[in-house]
Design a protein around this ligand. Structure first.
Ligand code: CA
Length: 324
């Protein structure tokens, strides 16, 4: 069974340097018990391929690790995104049967981001874009980001919405006041990343983004960032008020959103997601190198699902959605 993993990260030294002094970078590191080494993140050659072989991952769809260019001033984000995308394309050219990629976009300059998105999909063959949450505390339903969503829709490629840390205001109000290490991890990998990203996706639905762009496809990690569990509740509470929407809230989520595990290999959220979304809207992901992926293949091979669903989730849906 071929496995295509679609939330697999790399870094380039220039972006690491640019984001390194920001508070968000130290928070991202505190979020994890054992952050991977720079060498492991930056490698897009032999070491990565060895790790993939050892864990039975056939293809990685690569993306720059968070926070990426979302947190940089436009003057830095624009050239660094181009550099990252060119390095990614070179790695894919060297190993076209093992690597594919999601673009890094300089979202602080939405027009430049749209132009870069078009360039890397049309000229470099990248499969979509990964955006690490808010840009300048604005979410993707903000009208300023429409040029980016227009390109995604016109080129029929998905946007992978990856977590970022909540704003300082949210962190102070909701996560502070515990042991500092616990507060930081509670605000990030232990809860905050996922609530933040779930809210981001729900905002896009409630703002009518998916009515404006009925062809837009969004990918969420971590089994849908809490939304599958609450989808019926969200529908019940919000749809009666959301008279501007053309369809029920759950329609947007089940028709225009795809979900991946991001290394969360436990059955209950997987089976819930499968019941809510169906097997056609689940892609696979390890979150390498933050998750080793040791259990990725076994989890899927032993999951109590049909052989046809297993093949879709392992590779078929990625091949369809990402045109691989
Ligand atoms: Ca990740």
């Amino acid at each position: 069974m071929k496995i295509i993993a679609v939330e697999e990260h790399f870094q380039i030294a220039a972006i690491k340097k640019a984001v390194g002094s920001l508070t968000i970078s130290s928070q991202m590191n505190t979020a994890m018990a054992a952050p991977p080494s720079d060498a492991r993140l930056e490698d897009m050659g032999a070491d990565r391929l060895r790790a993939m072989d050892a864990t039975g991952i056939d293809v990685q769809v690569l993306s720059i690790t968070s926070p990426g260019t979302q947190v940089l001033p436009p003057s830095e984000a624009v050239p660094l995104a181009r550099d990252a995308n060119d390095q990614l394309a070179a790695a894919i050219t060297a190993h076209p049967d093992r690597f594919a990629g999601f673009a890094t976009l300089p979202t602080p300059d939405p027009d430049a981001a749209a132009a870069e998105f078009e360039r890397v999909v049309q000229k470099l063959g990248l499969k979509g874009a990964m955006i690490n949450g808010r840009t300048n505390d604005r979410f993707l339903d903000d009208p300023s980001f429409r040029p980016i969503l227009e390109v995604a829709t016109a080129l029929d490629v998905p946007i992978y919405l990856h977590p970022t840390v909540p704003s300082k205001t949210v962190q102070d109000a909701y996560y502070a006041g515990l042991d500092p290490a616990i507060s930081t991890r509670f605000a990030t990998a232990g809860w905050g990343w996922h609530m933040e990203t779930g809210i981001h996706a729900l905002r896009m639905i409630l703002a009518g983004v998916f009515d404006r762009y009925p062809g837009l496809q969004l990918i969420l990690g971590h089994w849908g960032e809490m939304i599958p569990f609450y989808l019926a509740r969200v529908e019940w509470a919000l749809f009666p008020l959301a008279k501007h929407l053309q369809r029920p809230i759950s329609d947007y989520f089940t028709q225009q959103v795809y979900v991946t595990p991001s290394g969360m290999f436990t059955l209950p959220p997987f089976l819930l997601t499968l019941q809510i979304l169906g097997a056609d809207h689940i892609l696979y992901s390890v979150d390498y190198p933050y998750s080793s992926g040791d259990d990725a293949r076994t989890f899927l091979e032993q999951a109590p699902i049909s052989p046809a669903d297993r093949e879709k989730i392992a590779h078929g849906n990625a091949e369809r959605v990402l045109k691989m």
